[in-house]
Ligand binder design. Sequence first.
Ligand SMILES: Cc1cc2nc3c(=O)[nH]c(=O)nc-3n(C[C@H](O)[C@H](O)[C@H](O)COP(=O)(O)OP(=O)(O)OC[C@H]3O[C@@H](n4cnc5c(N)ncnc54)[C@H](O)[C@@H]3O)c2cc1C
Length: 473
Amino acid sequence: MSSRASVVVVGAGPAGLGAAHELVKSDVPVVVLEQDDRVGGICRTVHGDGYHVDIGGHRFITKMDDVLDTWQSLLGDDLLLRERMTRIFYRGRLMAYPLQIGSTFTTLGLADSMLAVFSYLGARLRPLPDDSFENWVSNRFGKRVFEHFFKTYTEKVWGTPCAELSADWAAQRIRSLSMWQAIKDALHGALQSDIESEDESLLHQFYYPRFGPGMLFEAYADAIEAGSGEVLAEREVVRIVHEDGRVREVITTGPHGEERHEGESFLSSMPLADLPGVMDPPPPAEVLEAASGLRHRSFLTAALLLDEPCTLPDTWIYVHEPSVQMGRVQNYLNWSPEMVEGDGRSCIAAEYFAWQGDELWSADDEEIIDLGRRELHQLGLIAPDTFVDATVVRIPNAYPIYDPGYLERINTIRAWVESLENLQTIGRSGQHRYINLDFAIVTGVQAARNTRGGDHDTWLVGTEEEYLEERPS
Ligand SMILES: Cc1cc2nc3c(=O)[nH]c(=O)nc-3n(C[C@H](O)[C@H](O)[C@H](O)COP(=O)(O)OP(=O)(O)OC[C@H]3O[C@@H](n4cnc5c(N)ncnc54)[C@H](O)[C@@H]3O)c2cc1C
C-alpha cells in the first residue's frame, strides 16, 4: 500500500498523534507512519499476561487547558486523578520525597547535616563557575547536598560524571528549588516543610489513564482514523526524498514491503540524530557529523508480576543507593488499580539506565529479570521468590543528552532542515529536547497549524514554563 495525503507524519508517539489529531479537526488528510506495532511511542503501554507495564511511569500533568481538555474528552471517566507518593531509597532507608528537612537530617545524622549546612554557606561565599551540572547544583545547594542527593542518581541516569554534564539541564529542571528556603523553614521549626516548587498541586496529583498511558494514545489514534487520517503501524521510515528544497515523499519498509507516502507537508518525530541519515539525497557532511554526535541515554524496565499484594504505599521510588544498579522502582497498582488484573497480585518494576549496546543493554531478558529480582530483594522491597511472570522493555532513545556541544550540533541540523520548506521536526527526540509529553504534543499541534498557514516557533514550546520536577522523567 502506498498513500497520498496532505500531511505525512513520522512517528505515532504523543507529538505525531497530537499533530494528526489537530489536522483531522479541519478534515485535513493525514497519514501517520509508525515503525512499532503499536502507537504511543515511549508512552505506549506494554501488555503482559494479566498486567500492564508503563515504561518509566508517565504522570499526565499540564498547565495547558486545551491539552487537558483534549485528554478529558478522549478518555472521559477513564482519565483518573491520582495521588503521588514518592520516596528516595538511600543509605538503607526510605526517605520522604520531595526532601523534608526532618527526615533528611535523620538519614544524614547530625555531623553530616552540619557539614551540609557549612558546605552550602561556603558555596554561597565562593561560588564556582556555573559550567557543569556539578558546579551548578553545588553553587545552589552546597557540595555535600550535591553529593548526597544529586550525584548518584544523576550519574545513574546519564551514565556520565556530573562534572561533564552541561549545566543547561540543571538550570531547566531544578531552577525553582531553593536551599535557602529549606534552611529558613528549618530554623523556624517548620521541620515538615518540603524543598519543592510552588505549584504543589501538580506535584502531588496527576492524571492517569485507567489501563496505562498507551490507552490515551490509542484513543488519539481512533479519533484520527474516525476522521480524515490514517495511522499505519509497522512502517519504518527509511528514506525521505527531497528535491528543489522540498520533501516529495517518504519511503517505509516493514512486513508490508516497501511503500511510498507522498504529501504536501511532512512532520518528523523520529530522533533528530537519525533524520539526516535517511534524507535522500544526503545532507552536507557537517550535518551528518552533527547528527552522529547527538547522543541518547537508554532505558530498561524489568516488570515483575507478584503473586501477592504489594504493601508499599509509593507510586515510585528513586533509588539513590549506590550498591545497586537500579535507578527507580515502579509500583503500578498505585498508578491505577487496574494495572493488574485479579485480586491479591501486584506488579513491581525495576528500572535501569543504560547505553545502547552496553553490557546491561545486551544482556538477555532472563538476566535482566534476575538482576531486577535480586536488587529488589536486596533493598527489602520484595520477598525472594514471589514473581510469577515478568516483562522486559528496552527503550533506546529515552533521554536526549545535553553534553558539551549538543546545542551547536542541533543548530547545524536544524538550519539544514529548515532549508527544506515543507519539513518540520517535532517532539522530544525529534528536536533532541528534554520535554515532557504535554509539550511534545504541543510541538505537534503547532507544527500542524503551521502547515495551514500558522507561524509558530515549535522550538520555543516549553522553554518559558517553570518545570515542576528535579528528577529526570
Ligand atoms: C522513563 C521515562 C519516563 C517519563 N515520564 C514522563 C512523565 O511522567 N510525564 C511526562 O509528561 N513525560 C514523561 N516522559 C517523557 C515522554 O515519554 C516524552 O515526552 C514523550 O513520549 C515524547 O513524545 P514524542 O512523540 O516526541 O516521542 P516518542 O514517544 O519517542 O515517539 C516517537 C515515535 O516515533 C517512532 N519512530 C522513530 N523513528 C521512526 C522511523 N524511522 N519510522 C517510523 N517511526 C519512527 C517511534 O517508534 C515512536 O513511536 C518520560 C520519558 C521517559 C523516557
